[in-house]
Design a protein around this ligand. Structure first.
Ligand SMILES: C[S@@+](CC[C@H](N)C(=O)[O-])C[C@H]1O[C@@H](n2cnc3c(N)ncnc32)[C@H](O)[C@@H]1O
Length: 317
């Protein structure tokens, strides 16, 4: 993978940037306390092979995976505004302990590596019984609490059109994933009026995309997080950008965005998909310099410090 790159664009009233690099490293380019909301779906533990060295998700132990993710999220914490929120979509994995690679998965080529590659979850000798669900999302959430994040909600993403799991003959198929909502402090900005459901979100998986990326999350999932977590003109961050869903959804809602993605192939595909007639390229440093100030719309945003109110007192607005 080697080479890293930075790209920045301006179009209409919004700006966006793409950092092609390791997430933790790329985040270091961004200023402190700047983003209103972060939305991401990291590589899940041993779920896919994105085909490059340095990818997250192939650690030998769950503990190492949790540490790798938390190190990235420490940087997210730093760049998030003190009023900011972070939505983390993360799925679980089973401990097979089979001693051999998993069966094939005809649904997805990036999952077929399970047939060939000896995954850590196939290795025998773990301290939990074989066939156990590991509980990866909650391990990550608890570790993030230890590092200072306030866990405010464990939203269930009900993937209403989830695939059947051909190998799951003795348990229900997995239909949901977690979307954890974290804040940086107890008091933060959040626009509850934008929520269309409470903590169970029924959103179909998007399957009809032209995109090469098959772990793409639905626009609707990102839209909900962006609308509740940022004002128009605010800033959205995704440290595992993939095909670019977070940038596209943010721009369509009048927000600025920065995404980080280590795969050169995904970054090139995203850059190619941009309509250059509507955009101008700007220096990356110019983008970074424009991240900090509160947008003009901040004061009027319904979510602005909405919960700074102490019970029994009037909202400070
Ligand atoms: C679950 S996918 C994100 C999909 C994205 N939400 C979308 O809608 O397309 C996780 C992404 O993380 C990328 N990735 C893996 N390791 C990384 C690392 N160390 N730094 C940055 N990106 C990484 C993978 O290439 C993959 O595109």
């Amino acid at each position: 993978m080697g080479t890293s790159s930075r790209h920045a664009f301006e179009g209409g009233l919004c700006r966006f940037g793409i950092i092609c690099d390791d997430a933790e490293k790329g985040l270091r380019d961004l200023p402190d306390a700047s983003f209103n909301v972060a939305v991401t779906s990291p590589p899940y533990y041993w779920a896919r092979d994105y085909g490059f060295d340095g990818q997250l998700g192939h650690e030998d132990t769950v503990e190492e995976y949790v540490v790798s993710l938390c190190n990235v999220f420490d940087e997210v914490f730093r760049v998030l505004d003190s009023d900011g929120v972070f939505f983390l979509n993360i799925g679980d994995t089973y401990y097979s302990g089979n001693g051999q690679p998993h069966g094939s998965d005809p649904r997805s080529s990036s999952r077929n590596f399970m047939r060939k590659k000896f995954r850590a979850v196939d290795r025998s000798g773990w301290s939990i019984p074989k066939k156990s669900l590991i509980g990866v999302p909650w391990k990550v959430a608890f570790a993030m609490q230890e590092r200072g994040w306030t866990l405010r909600s464990s939203i269930i993403w009900n993937r209403v059109n989830a695939f059947v799991e051909p190998t799951a003959r003795d348990r229900p198929y997995r239909q949901y994933e977690n979307v954890f909502m974290f804040s940086k402090s107890r008091f933060y900005s959040f626009d509850r009026s934008e929520l269309v459901e409470e903590d169970v979100w029924s959103i179909p998986i998007s399957r009809d995309r032209k995109s090469e990326h098959n772990a793409r999350f639905p626009d609707e999932l990102v839209r909900r997080c962006v609308l509740a977590g940022s004002p128009k003109g605010g800033w959205v961050l995704d440290p595992f950008l993939g095909s670019g869903t977070t940038i596209e959804a943010s721009l369509s809602l009048g927000r600025n965005a920065v995404g980080i993605e280590m795969s050169k192939a995904y970054v090139s595909a995203f850059l190619k998909s941009l309509d250059r007639t509507q955009l101008s390229s700007i220096p990356f440093t110019e983008l970074v310099d424009s991240i900090n100030p509160r947008p003009r719309t901040w004061k009027k945003w319904t979510g602005n410090r909405a919960n700074f109110r102490k019970p029994g007192t009037k909202s400070s607005g």
